[in-house]
Write a protein of this length. Structure first.
Length: 259
């Protein structure tokens, strides 16, 4: 009951139609909380919504929206009457390859989807949460955002932004009853990851269900969660033991070959 009481009656998952976002939606519905799911592809979104409605007997509202277009997202959200007790911001865009080959449009897309939208989303949903004195905001970040990461430099920087934003809001909103959390994940077996990684999965790769479960269980317990023991150790080594230069060199072994 605690999860429903704290984060209900509706959780909004931005990017909730497949991959990790769908795993979040599943884990939240299993906890008895209704859902608002946002994504671009209507067919996939409505199929996920129908599956969750059938499986868990919760209300699931599907809203087709592109996080890159914040004005239209805000307009669509303005039409909702559902009261949002939890935001999970999962959607992301990662321009992959050498910086010189990445286009201005790709960089603008990464800034819009990974920075502008979660920032304005957090602002939008936190106001009524503060008023009610309860709620949660979970921002998906990445271990790639712990240090510079070649060939995904812009993506990694946007993820660092999400971690720092969540930490600041965690401290600011905790006394107002709102739990904020950054989930700094390592590799996750999602369609997005499988598309980007041609080689075998990196050490510590987790299933999406596992990451969603660990992240939701960490809400209210601190500003950051790092799912998986290997990833916890990895972040400790990267941020506490190695120099910045050595951490970047270590990361470059994983991301330097991405194209
Ligand atoms: N996968 C990994 O290894 C990994 C590792 C660390 C952190 N993360 C983080 O975990 C999150 C999920 O990662 P993922 O790439 O693996 O994706 P995913 O969970 O497989 O799914 C992406 C979801 O976001 C939606 N989406 C994507 N762009 C969108 C947009 N512009 N507007 C609205 N919805 C959008 C997709 O639906 P539509 O395409 O229909 O819009 C889909 O529902 C991201 O924040 C990522 O940075 C991932």
């Amino acid at each position: 009951m605690r999860f429903q009481d704290t984060y209900g009656p509706y959780a909004l998952v931005a990017g909730g139609s497949y991959g990790l976002g769908a795993a979040f939606a599943d884990a939240i519905a299993r906890r008895g909380v209704n859902l608002v799911l946002l994504a671009r592809d209507e067919e996939r979104l409505t199929a996920t919504a129908a599956r969750l409605r059938d499986r868990y007997d919760v209300d699931v509202i599907a809203v087709t929206a592109d996080m890159a277009d914040w004005d239209s997202v805000r307009e669509r959200l303005g039409e909702l009457t559902a009261s949002i007790g939890l935001l999970v911001y999962d959607a992301a865009y990662a321009p992959i390859g050498r910086f010189e080959d990445v286009t201005d449009e790709q960089l603008a897309q990464a800034a819009a989807v990974n920075v502008r939208a979660p920032l304005l989303f957090a602002k939008l949903v936190s106001a009524p949460m503060i008023e009610r004195g309860r709620g949660g905001i979970l921002l998906m970040s990445s271990l790639a955002g712990s240090q510079g990461s070649p060939n995904i430099a812009a993506y990694a920087a946007t993820k660092a932004f999400n971690t720092i934003l969540a930490e600041g809001l965690w401290s600011e909103l905790k006394p107002r009853g709102v739990d904020v959390l950054a989930c700094c994940a390592g590799a996750i077996l999602t369609p997005g990851y499988q598309q980007a990684e041609s080689a075998k999965p990196a050490p510590g790769t987790l299933a999406a269900d596992d990451v969603a479960e660990q992240a939701l269980n960490a809400l209210g317990k601190g500003p950051i969660v790092i799912p998986g023991a290997v990833n916890k150790l990895g972040r400790f080594v990267l941020t506490r033991l190695l120099s910045r230069r050595a951490a970047i060199a270590f990361m470059s072994k994983n991301t330097g070959g991405l194209s």
